[in-house]
Design a protein around this ligand. Structure first.
Ligand SMILES: C[S@@+](CC[C@H](N)C(=O)[O-])C[C@H]1O[C@@H](n2cnc3c(N)ncnc32)[C@H](O)[C@@H]1O
Length: 141
């Protein structure tokens, strides 16, 4: 959704699913990554990327017909802190030593500070007020 160019040539897109669905309203969901994989086990070597963009689902509560859940999927209600932490650690692992991790979060259901607590690392900068927050983390603590 946030890519100006959905096939940007320097970028490797990764998602756990492939999904195409068209709705009578005209809305379309099209998840078509280059690599289909789990962010808890990223299938790349250590220190591969200069920049990693981590944009996990932010919902834990959503009904089976929720448009947002279909579009962005959901986190596990019980295990989200562990799952996000594993994803965060994997993102850092595949970053080059001087690399940058860009993390996007929406505070709708889980507070940003609770996610940061799960990561056990603070961002060096980021939006501190908006509901949707972009933050920058470094590989090195
Ligand atoms: C907020 S959306 C990402 C939107 C994307 N950044 C964009 O610009 O369109 C979250 C995505 O994370 C994916 N996802 C959920 N669990 C995942 C996991 N364990 N590993 C990898 N991707 C996962 C979902 O399928 C969903 O497409």
């Amino acid at each position: 959704m946030f890519w100006y160019d959905k096939q940007e040539e320097h970028t490797t897109y990764m998602d756990i699913r492939r999904h195409h669905e068209e709705f009578p309203t005209g809305h379309v969901i099209d998840v078509d990554p280059d690599v289909q994989a789990d962010f808890r086990h990223i299938p790349f070597d250590d220190e591969t990327f200069d920049l990693v963009v981590f944009d996990p689902p932010h919902l834990i509560y959503a009904g089976p017909n929720s448009w947002l859940a279909k579009k962005y999927s959901k986190l596990d209600k019980e295990n989200w802190p562990t799952d996000l932490k594993r994803g965060f650690d994997e993102c850092r692992r595949v970053l080059k030593p001087s690399g940058v991790l860009l993390f996007k979060w929406n505070e709708d259901q889980i507070k940003f500070r609770d996610v940061i607590e799960a990561f056990d690392q603070r961002p060096i900068l980021g939006d501190k007020r908006s509901k949707t927050r972009w933050s920058v983390f470094l590989k090195e603590r």
